[in-house]
Design a binder for this molecule. Structure first.
Ligand code: SAH
Length: 341
């Protein structure tokens, strides 16, 4: 059955027209879904009974059930949601001084195979629909009774490998009649699917693009991220420059520091050369060691030296605060996918 939360407003208007209804009904439905946050068609009391019945026959609300909720000592919450088809996904809620940030999953499993990421240990099952992405935010808002101000596509999956649904979800999240979350408060993180970076530049959505760079030579990067064999660093940086030129938006480069791998000052020097003159920011992530992973965290001393080198050489760099690592909710630690076991 179709899912009512899968539709950006304009598409929902078309759906209603095809049911023989006036398009303004779509706006009424949007208000119930995203302002009132109701869980059933029966609660949409300004729609006629017959329309409610029609909607029930055509669409599901597909509300997620919470299977498990864990809370970290630092306040980070990790949710395991039942996505209603025998699969489960993880969503993380983090508290920052500037508001609540949700880290959403875009797929069940991931195809990218990054060597340092726990999501690599699970097989790819399928992409999430737009509504299933939006539902992660709705379900957390309902559970906590609070409003989410920022969204990062940094959970399980490669968002640009689920391009159309991610873009639709952003339209729903961003729309003033949807969840009304400013595009500037939404970040998409990618392992570097170059053709999709060119596509994203044309969307005219002022969200933040984060690039998981992690290394400055093709040899090192391919060793960490197989996607680099398909889209090597030169092509990735060229796409990033195009993105900056056409959107005038600053790119955030993510660089996970692994001991004796990519964390010495030679690497920092190469990174400065690579990014010099680009409108960008570097986010340094102390790598989280995963089970069987061959990459381990750099020392704090090295991490700070690396950051200082970048800052002293004209590249703005910050170290990402580690949140939720005690409940396996930190970067690269998400891995649950299946209820069947
Ligand atoms: N597929 C997307 C989004 C998911 S990963 C991407 O690759 O960007 C979100 C971020 O966490 C990425 O920058 C990823 O490289 C990083 N990450 C993955 N595993 C990690 C680990 N073990 N330690 C630190 N960061 C990690």
């Amino acid at each position: 059955m179709k899912k009512i939360k899968d539709y950006p407003l304009e598409e929902l208007k078309e759906e209603l027209k095809s049911l023989g209804e006036k398009p303004f009904r779509a706006e009424q439905i949007y208000r119930w879904l995203y302002e009132e946050k109701v869980k059933s068609f029966d609660e949409m009391t300004n729609l006629s009974l017959s329309l409610r019945e029609k909607l029930k026959q055509e669409y599901t609300m597909s509300n997620f059930n919470i299977i498990q909720k864990q809370e970290s000592a630092d306040g980070t919450k990790k949710y395991l949601f039942d996505v209603l088809d025998g699969n489960a996904i993880e969503t993380v809620l983090m508290e920052y001084h500037h508001g609540k940030t949700i880290c959403v999953s875009s797929q069940i499993g991931c195809k990218m195979g990054c060597k340092f990421c726990a999501s690599t240990g699970i097989a790819f099952v399928r992409s999430l629909s737009a509504g299933e992405i939006v539902e992660q935010i709705l379900a957390v808002e309902q559970d906590t009774g609070s409003r989410i101000s920022n969204i990062v596509f940094m959970g399980i999956g490669e968002p640009l490998d689920n391009y159309d649904n991610v873009i639709k979800a952003i339209h729903i999240l961003n729309h003033p009649k949807g969840l009304n979350i400013g595009a500037r408060h939404i970040s998409i993180s990618t392992s570097g699917l170059v053709p999709k970076i060119y596509d994203l530049a044309k969307e005219k959505i002022p969200c933040t693009l984060s690039i998981s760079l992690h290394a400055t030579s093709n040899e090192k990067r391919s060793n960490m991220m197989p996607v680099n064999n398909v889209y090597p660093i030169e092509e990735l940086i060229k796409a990033c420059k195009d993105y900056i030129a056409s959107t005038n938006r600053r790119i955030s480069f993510e660089y996970a520091l692994a001991k004796d791998n990519n964390d010495n000052l030679e690497d920092a020097k190469e990174l400065v050369k690579l990014l010099k003159g680009m409108l960008c920011h570097v986010n340094l992530i102390p790598i989280n060691k995963i089970e069987d992973g061959k990459f381990t965290k750099s020392t704090n001393e090295n991490i700070m030296k690396f950051r200082d080198y970048l800052n002293d050489h004209g590249i703005v760099a910050t170290i990402r605060r580690e949140l939720g690592s005690d409940i396996d909710a930190a970067c690269g630690q998400l891995r649950r996918k299946s209820l069947k076991k």
